[in-house]
Ligand binder design. Structure first.
Ligand code: APR
Length: 251
């Protein structure tokens, strides 16, 4: 029933915004954050203030990065990512707003200019002083060879994965583009997010307030379920392609 309604709404829509969280990438082998076996069940959070203030905090942060980088690097898009690529090919996707940092939406074929990475990207590391960027492969090689909290080779500043940590300000330009897309869409499909982290979770709310239909696809309940027009419970890699259409490619 819900799948049929979702399909009808997708057929009727012309300006769809996808909003995704870590749940869309678990079927690609990347753990999410708040499931029982998620990242925060196994790691303590190092927030931005601690990263800036403490060498021990930076060492722990890079230890976690080194542990999760191989799975991120090896991951391939799954049928959930390809379902959004399909919407793009049908000319229906206005933008893809993601909290994810591993770049699988871009690897599924979405042009990078339509993927708004609210929480940055883990594919690079950035110097917090001069802004110089190196690849995460290069940064992890340096950590593996003993530089437990690597510094910028140009200016000696702190190197950090180019993701947004708790307490770190969000990229203003990306948030503005995400807000504009939410205000101009006719359907927002929120997929694989617990919708508990702000201000990211304000994007689906904004779309709903601006008159769009809100569909939430998630295994578990979220705080926005009460305002959603439709909730689809199930495994994303199965339900999303069923909502979007027949053309889904192997992951
Ligand atoms: N199918 C359907 N739902 C799934 C699947 C799946 N295959 N895998 C996971 N989920 C659901 C989980 O039940 C959970 O509700 O996806 C949701 C993922 O929620 P989180 O782990 O909280 O991830 P996310 O919402 O992206 O977290 C937001 O928190 O820690 C920060 O910066 C981090 O961007 C992240 C932000």
């Amino acid at each position: 029933m819900e799948l049929q309604v979702a399909r009808e709404w997708i057929v009727a829509a012309s300006r769809i915004v996808g909003f995704t969280g870590a749940g869309i990438s678990t079927e690609s082998g990347i753990p999410d954050f708040r499931s029982p076996d998620g990242v925060w069940a196994r790691n303590r959070i190092v927030d931005f203030q601690e990263f800036l203030a403490s060498e021990e905090g930076r060492i722990e942060y890079w230890r976690q990065k080194l542990a999760n980088w191989p799975a991120m690097r090896a991951a391939r898009p799954n049928a959930g990512h390809y379902a959004f690529a399909e919407l793009h090919e049908q000319g229906k996707l206005l933008a893809l707003v993601t909290q994810n940092i591993e770049g699988l939406h871009q690897r599924s074929g979405l042009p990078s200019e339509m993927v708004y990475e609210l929480h940055g990207t883990t594919t690079e590391a950035v110097c917090l002083s001069c802004g110089d960027r190196i690849t995460s492969d290069e940064a992890c090689r340096r950590v593996e060879s003993g530089e437990k909290a690597p510094r910028c080779r140009l200016c000696g500043g702190l190197l950090k994965p180019a993701t947004i940590s708790f307490g770190q300000s969000m990229p203003i330009d990306v948030m503005e583009m995400a807000r504009a897309a939410a205000e101009n869409c006719d359907l927002l499909i929120a997929v694989g997010s617990s919708l508990v982290v702000e201000p990211a979770a304000s994007i689906p709310r904004l779309a709903k307030r601006a008159g769009a239909r809100l569909v939430i696809v998630n295994r578990e309940r979220t705080p926005l379920d009460g305002m959603a027009d439709l909730i689809v419970r199930g495994e994303i890699g199965t339900v999303l392609p069923a909502m979007v259409g027949p053309a889904t490619r192997a992951g």
